[in-house]
Design a protein around this ligand. Structure first.
Ligand code: BMA
Length: 923
């Protein structure tokens, strides 16, 4: 009835019009006191100041400290814009901002239209009354984040701990009191730049009756194998209700479509579609990297109101199922539960790392940069990244690229390493945040799990911050925030993926114990984080055996090339004040040296800068070898239990993927994208099939680990061939087929059905450090009937003797399947490098550099006159990556490639290439 009365009025206003959007991105004026500079939106005041030449590079030396005043000031963003009479004639005109950073008051033509207090909320303000035809002005007046948290702190009845970060962070206090990127106040790997600004899109939207605000989707499998698609459409309407219209859903490139008439009765209303997709649509499943295709479908939603005005939204979705399996590992329930993910019914070992924001200034994080990082992850066989809770809910491009590359995401909510307030305004803001973010992220097939926070459960239970004296109080806050608030909303909005209260957690056991476990990080349940800086990093026997390890790491320095733009000449010394300042991890630089001396002799070049460069190299060796040791340890334990019920480890996510700035940290990729040695090692230790030698006392124990046992596929010629999944999605390093490594046993060339076992031959060669000719080779036939098992075990001294090697320290092992180039291969030393005898300085030479058929990819020959450990190639000034790096060269010649990420010619690249190996750092 109401509609009938209103319709003529609306028609008058709206005839012939479509929904109208005016972007306010672009040039604004950014000002504070006597400073006024142009600034780009999306952006922050720091990049506005850099662009106008008011400040230098914030990452240079100690500029984070130097520029502390910037974050402490209040900044305002202002601009003007035009509004036509047509726009103003719409019944509703709103200002939509997808991200204010953070505390702000918004005025349009001097009228306050709204306020913001949460960087992770999309704000929508009604601004129709404030607008005029012609020129309008908008001001977003920010309050300094550091000033705001002081104000909050003084109003709280008790301290929300910790009240400040450790002094080594050179950071700001009180990040936990504001809903903002927690690490923007500093972290143990990053500087303090408490930004202010409009960090995401801002626009005016004028509409007649209703607009689509969000579209979410959920896919599930029906019993008959067909797919069910649930689509939720969140509409925002004008105040005069109800509103009638038609919603239509189309799934491209299928012909699936569904539509219905809708009657919207609330200002924020939603409509659901439940669509059973017919078999004829031939849906192709979405698979993680390494397991199959990443098929994606475009889901369009069209809304047409009763006036004929249209509005639409598109999301890209994928069809996959996800289960987090937490069954008892044994009839003896005290041995705990499994903790692994099953995607489309297949158990998948999570291989990957952790993701932090790629820059302190988020506006600098372009699609190209994100793609480069995620592609670098995919290229080294990672299938998972954890979006860590101290950063941001990532930008849409991040999730889109993860969907495209098959990188599964473990998504934390943005709470990390602290207690948090629970006063009503805070909780209310978190509710808006969680609702908005879950709806924004829900359709991405890459996101496989949501988690309430980073490490806060453990911090509470173990009293990291002095909460122990008031445990009950802080526990109540914990439950109120993560269980009553975050979890409740997730349960209402998204049950299509598992939710964990904290990362890490004991999973369902944590829940059974009332969400705050007595002993978090129990290896019998859930996941753990594991850091050990003082034990030998190359010895897996010091490591725990968890169900999953979602953080483990060591530090290393980035390259001198990476540091030079932000260092000056006095800083290029390992023990310089700047290095001390730059490493926020307490005692980090000392720890790295303490690690190094256990494994290699320390570089001793008299030249300070060269010595620093050599020490950087040594820290990267430790880092790479350490993470190889840890990652292979977790992979080896994937399908065994020890007598205490530990094992069935089904995930290894090392800390961390990429740096936020140039500093010594845990990252395997430097700021700017250059791969550290660890990242090259990840290509080997995360490969679908690895040979993983280890020592068990005096015994050499060689494991083979496979992501999955090979399957047989029928070929056109009606023979069968053993191949490794995925055939459909080959990537560098994974193209690996039994035929290229030797003659498969006859029984495997013709068979029916997938095999449950796999035969092969492992070759183990013993070399002495001073010769390219192997002393002895063992060939070991093996049968794999699980995905990780020991295939060879022998007393190492007996092997040493039978190879006529003088002693362990003079020899090393090379292990392969017959083809060192195409198949998996690895090396293993029988002593540390500081104890190794017989190593001599190698003369390494690069020759015959030539362009390959792949654009920007070059091939070259590397020769050596001696065995060379940790061969380290660099292309100074040319971004890109080598096909392998940091390897042990045990053959006199190798062919390698360099894939440049930018245009470069043979001459420039030839001049840019450098190479060194371990013995070069000793003078
Ligand atoms: C864990 C992480 C981060 C931290 C890292 C290294 O605690 O969750 O907070 O940067 O360790 O210390």
């Amino acid at each position: 009835m109401v509609t009938v009365l209103l319709l003529p009025l609306l028609l008058l206003a709206a005839e012939g019009m479509a929904t109208n959007t005016i972007s306010l991105n672009g040039q604004w004026i950014v000002s504070s006191g006597d400073i006024s500079v142009p600034g780009t939106v999306p952006g922050s005041m720091y990049t506005a100041l850099i662009a106008s030449g008011r400040i230098g590079d914030p990452y240079f030396r100690m500029n984070d400290k130097e520029y502390g005043w910037i974050g402490d000031r209040d900044w305002a963003y202002t601009r003007t814009f035009q509004v036509t009479a047509d726009t103003l004639a719409y019944p509703r005109v709103v200002l939509v901002c997808e991200g204010f950073d953070t505390v702000a008051t918004v005025t349009v033509n001097n009228q306050t239209v709204g306020t913001s207090m949460n960087m992770f909320v999309r704000y929508v303000y009604d601004i129709k009354q404030a607008l005029v035809v012609g020129q309008n002005s908008i001001t977003v007046q920010f309050q300094s984040a550091t000033g705001y948290v002081k104000q909050v702190a003084s109003s709280l009845p008790y301290d929300i701990l910790p009240t400040c970060v450790p002094p080594q962070y050179h950071g700001a206090c009180g990040a936990n009191l504001i809903r903002k990127t927690q690490c923007s106040f500093s972290w143990d790997w990053g500087p303090s730049f408490p930004t202010q600004g409009i960090w995401r899109d801002i626009y005016i939207q004028a509409y007649n009756t209703a607009v689509i605000r969000d579209v979410t989707s959920e896919t599930s499998k029906n019993a008959d194998g067909t797919w069910h698609l649930k689509v939720d459409i969140f509409m925002e309407t004008i105040a005069q209700l109800p509103v009638h219209g038609q919603l239509e859903v189309k799934l491209y490139p299928t012909s699936v479509t569904s539509s219905k008439q809708v009657n919207l009765v609330k200002q924020n209303d939603s409509v659901s579609f439940n669509i059973n997709i017919p078999k004829s649509a031939a849906i192709d499943e979405w698979w993680p990297n390494g397991y199959g295709n990443q098929s994606l479908y475009d889901l369009y939603v069209f809304y047409t109101d009763s006036l004929g005005t249209m509005n639409n939204k598109k999301i890209r979705i994928g069809f996959r199922t996800v289960e987090l399996v937490q069954d008892y590992v044994s009839v003896n329930k005290s041995l705990g539960r499994t903790f692994y993910f099953r995607i489309n019914g297949r158990p998948i070992f999570l291989k990957g790392s952790n993701w932090i924001p790629a820059d302190s200034f988020l506006e600098r994080v372009t699609r190209d940069r994100v793609y480069n990082y995620l592609k670098s992850a995919a290229d080294v066989h990672m299938n998972t990244l954890r979006v860590w809770g101290g950063g941001i809910y990532e930008m849409d491009i991040f999730y889109e690229i993860a969907d495209e590359l098959g990188i599964m995401l473990w998504q934390d909510f943005m709470f990390a390493c602290a207690m948090y307030p629970t006063h009503p305004a805070f909780i209310d803001s978190v509710k808006q945040e969680v609702t908005y973010q879950v709806r924004r992220m829900k359709h991405h097939p890459s996101i496989i799990v949501l988690s309430g926070n980073n490490e806060n459960e453990k911090a509470l239970v173990q009293d990291w911050y002095g909460t122990g004296v008031n445990f009950t109080l802080y526990k109540a806050d914990y439950l109120k925030l993560y269980i009553d608030t975050v979890r409740s909303i997730v349960m209402a909005e998204d049950t299509s993926r598992p939710f964990l209260a904290s990362s890490p957690s004991n999973g369902v056991e944590t829940q059974a114990e009332g969400w705050v476990a007595n002993a978090p990080y129990d290896t019998h349940y859930g996941d753990i984080h594991e850091y050990k800086y003082l034990t030998p990093f190359y010895d897996p026997s010091v490591l725990r055996i968890p169900r999953m390890c979602s953080e483990y790491g060591l530090q290393s320095y980035p390259s001198l090339e990476g540091l030079e733009p932000v260092y000056n000449d006095t800083d290029v010394d390992y023990w310089s004040d700047l290095n001390d300042y730059r490493n926020h991890h307490p005692f980090g630089n000392v720890e790295m040296m303490a690690e190094a001396i256990q494994y290699v002799n320390l570089p001793n070049c008299p030249d300070r800068k060269q010595r620093f460069s050599d020490l950087i190299y040594v820290t990267q060796i430790d880092h790479a070898v350490g993470m190889r040791t840890w990652s292979e340890h977790y992979r080896r334990w994937q399908n065994r239990l020890d007598s205490d019920g530990q094992g069935n480890t089904m995930g290894a996510l090392y800390w961390m993927l990429a740096d936020i700035w140039q500093a010594p940290t845990w990252a395997s990729i430097e700021y700017g994208g250059k791969w550290k040695m660890l990242h090259y090692y990840a290509a080997n230790f995360f490969a679908p099939t690895i040979i993983s030698p280890t020592m068990d006392g005096d015994f050499l124990d060689v494991y083979i680990v496979m992501d999955e046992l090979p399957v047989k596929e029928t070929r056109q010629d009606d023979t069968y061939q053993l191949i490794f999944k995925p055939k459909t999605n080959p990537r560098p390093f994974s193209i690996f087929d039994l035929n290229t490594w030797g003659n498969p046993p006859a029984s495997h060339t013709r068979a029916t059905g997938p095999p449950s076992e796999f035969d092969g031959t492992l070759y183990i060669e013993m070399y002495s450090w001073n010769s390219f000719t192997a002393l002895k080779s063992w060939s070991v036939p093996f049968t794999m009937n699980t995905t990780a098992q020991s295939v060879f075990r022998a007393d190492i001294d007996t092997m040493v003797q039978s190879a006529q090697c003088t002693r362990r320290s003079t020899c090393f092992l090379v292990l392969h399947f017959g083809d060192r180039v195409a198949g998996p291969s690895t090396w293993y030393t029988l002593s540390t490098f500081s104890g190794a005898q017989g190593l001599e300085k190698a003369k390494l030479q690069i020759s015959n550099l030539r362009a390959s058929t792949v654009q920007n990819q070059f091939t070259f020959t590397l020769t050596s006159d001696k065995i060379a450990p940790f061969v380290w190639l660099e292309a100074i000034g040319v971004k890109g990556r080598f096909s392998d790096n940091g390897f042990l060269m045990y053959q006199p010649n190798m062919t390698l490639t360099y894939l440049a990420w930018e245009a470069v010619d043979v001459n420039k690249l030839t001049a840019a290439l450098t190479v060194k190996s371990l013995m070069d750092v000793y003078y």
